[in-house]
Design a binder for this molecule. Structure first.
Ligand SMILES: [Zn+2]
Length: 178
């Protein structure tokens, strides 16, 4: 999904996060839930740029060095976790915690994004839960899932859930035609 499509299809979620950021009301954990292709990953990138963009604008610029590194997944203050062999192991969560417990080289906000968070195994879930229970001031976590019911309820209760609405029918039809 392009930037324009994200703004067109999920304007409420963009507004919610942007307002919370501007009013200093962000929470430390968000759970993004919705169908694939509804902008889950793109909104996580938007959120990260909102916190890391070098320009003081209403929306992240998508152009500065920080924004570019968010989009390339090379920003050192941003860690992406994805399942391997269909599971997210405790090791991955522990190395995330370890990495963010060191003083960040670049200072500023730190974001961890956990793709397919329903693939966390139970020991990984428990390690993550401890991490979410004692968030550092400058740390934010985004959990992404297409199936919230498969995530430990204690983790869900620690996060603000953002539901991604399905794309409109016209969009689906134009995609099928393309
Ligand atoms: Zn920027």
């Amino acid at each position: 999904m392009t930037k324009d499509e994200l703004f067109r299809y999920q304007p409420e979620l963009i507004r919610l996060l942007t307002n919370a950021y501007q009013k200093n009301k962000l929470v430390h954990a968000y759970l993004f839930e919705g169908n694939e292709g509804t902008g889950l990953k793109e909104l996580a990138e938007y959120f990260s740029m909102l916190l890391l963009c070098e320009n003081e604008e209403k929306h992240p610029c998508y152009k500065c060095n920080s924004c570019k590194r968010v989009l390339d997944h090379t920003h050192t203050n941003l860690i992406w976790i994805e399942p391997s062999n269909d599971a997210i192991s405790k090791d991955k969560i522990e190395s995330l915690i370890h990495e963010f417990s060191m003083t960040s080289l670049e200072g500023g906000n730190q974001i961890s994004i956990i793709m397919d968070a329903d693939k966390l195994n139970s020991s990984a879930s428990n390690a993550l839960l401890k991490f979410l229970e004692e968030p550092k001031d400058n740390h934010y976590a985004i959990l992404i899932t297409t199936n919230k019911n498969r995530i430990l309820p204690t983790i869900v209760s620690r996060a603000q859930v953002l539901h991604f609405k399905p794309l409109s029918e016209e969009h689906t039809i134009s995609c099928l035609k393309a």
